[in-house]
Design a protein around this ligand. Structure first.
Ligand code: ATP
Length: 299
C-alpha cells in the first residue's frame, strides 16, 4: 500500500506545484499583455506632474469595435480634489480607471493630465505618477514585506513600516509569528479582502503618487473593516487628485464631485447634497441603498 501511496502522493505534489506555477504565469502574461496594447509615441517626453489636474474630454471607447462602452465622457478632477463614480454594474466605471492608467487608448476625445495628452508622454512616467488600489489586489507569492515594498522597490525598511502603519496593517503583521517575513499569496497565508486592500493602500502610500485611483471592492467587507478602509482612503486622498470607483454610496458622500454613470454616459454630476436635491437617478440609488441597509438580515 505504501509503495502505491508514495508515488501518488508525489504526483499530487507535482501537480499542485505546476498548477501554482501556471497560475503565476497566467497573471504575469495577463499583465504583460495589457502593457503591450499600447506603445509610447516616438521621442515621447516624460509626463511632468506636480499637483495633477485630470481631464476626460469627450472620451469615447470600446474594448471591441462592435461594442461601444463609453460615450462622450467629460469631466475634470481639479488638482487635489476627489471625484467619485457611481452607477449600475457594467456602466463603465472601472473602464475610466483603465483608460487613465493607459491600459488602452481612447478611440475618441482625449485624456489630459496637467494639459498633456497622456498618449504623448512615456508610459513609465504616467504610471509612476498614478497609484492604484484595485478591487481585488493580487498578492505575489512572496513575503508581506515584499508585497508592500513593491509600491517603491527602492524604499528602505522604515518607509515600508511607516506605510504599513498609515494603512493600519502594521499591528496585524507584527502579530504574525514571522512578522513582515510571512509568506502570503496562493502558497502562503491567505489574507482577507480587507487585509489585501490594506496591503494595496500601504503600497500606494509608499509610492506617494500625485494621482490615486481607488477601485472599491465589490464584495462587501464587514462594516467595521469597510468604515476603517474608508477612513484610510480619506486620509491618503487628502491633497491628492483622486478618482474613486465606488460600489457603495457611503464611500462617496464626502467626494467633491460625484459622477453618476449609466450605460457608458454620465447622466448626473454634482456633490452629494446637490444630487439629492435634484431628486433624480442618484436619489433613487441612495433611497434604495438605505432601504437595503435597514432590512433585517436573512436568517
Ligand atoms: P462593475 O460595477 O460591475 O465593476 P463597471 O461599471 O466598473 O462595472 P466596467 O468594468 O467598466 O463596468 O465594464 C463596462 C463594460 O465593459 C461591461 O459591459 C464589461 O462587460 C465590458 N468589459 C470590461 N472589460 C472588458 C474587456 N477586457 N473586454 C471586453 N469587454 C469588457
Amino acid at each position: 500500500m505504501l509503495q502505491l501511496y508514495m508515488p501518488l502522493h508525489f504526483l499530487g505534489f507535482v501537480y499542485r506545484e505546476i498548477r501554482h506555477a501556471l497560475a503565476d504565469m497566467e497573471k504575469m502574461f495577463g499583465l504583460l499583455h495589457q502593457a503591450r496594447e499600447v506603445a509610447d509615441a516616438p521621442a515621447a517626453p516624460d509626463l511632468s506632474v506636480g499637483a495633477a489636474e485630470v481631464v476626460f474630454e469627450q472620451v469615447a471607447f470600446g474594448y471591441n469595435s462592435d461594442r461601444q462602452i463609453l460615450y462622450d465622457v467629460n469631466f475634470t478632477i481639479p488638482a487635489g480634489h476627489t471625484v467619485a463614480v457611481v452607477g449600475s454594474s457594467g456602466a463603465g466605471k472601472s473602464t475610466l480607471s483603465r483608460l487613465l492608467f493607459r491600459f488602452y487608448d481612447v478611440q475618441g476625445g482625449c485624456l489630459r493630465i496637467n494639459g498633456q495628452d497622456i498618449r504623448t508622454v512615456t508610459q513609465s512616467s504616467l504610471r509612476a505618477s498614478i497609484g492604484i488600489v484595485p478591487q481585488d489586489t493580487v498578492l505575489f507569492n512572496d513575503t508581506i514585506y515584499y508585497n508592500i515594498a513593491y509600491g517603491k522597490p527602492a524604499a528602505d525598511r522604515d518607509a515600508v513600516i511607516a506605510a504599513a502603519q498609515a494603512a493600519h496593517i502594521h499591528e496585524f503583521i507584527e502579530s504574525l509569528p514571522m512578522g513582515y517575513e510571512t509568506q502570503v499569496g496562493e502558497r502562503g497565508l491567505k489574507l482577507s479582502g480587507g487585509e489585501k486592500q490594506r496591503v494595496a493602500i500601504a503600497r500606494a502610500i509608499l509610492k506617494n503618487p500625485a494621482i490615486l485611483i481607488f477601485d472599491e471592492a465589490t464584495s462587501a467587507l464587514d462594516s467595521k473593516s469597510e468604515k476603517a478602509i474608508q477612513a484610510e482612503l480619506r486620509s491618503i486622498a487628502k491633497n491628492r487628485t483622486t478618482l474613486i470607483i465606488a460600489h457603495r454610496l457611503s464611500t462617496v458622500v464626502d467626494a467633491d464631485q460625484i459622477l453618476v454613470m449609466d450605460q457608458g454616459r454620465i447622466v448626473e454630476q454634482g456633490a452629494h447634497i446637490e444630487l439629492l436635491q435634484r431628486n433624480g437617478v442618484y436619489t433613487q440609488m441612495w433611497n434604495l441603498q438605505k432601504r437595503v441597509e435597514q432590512e433585517p438580515p436573512e436568517c
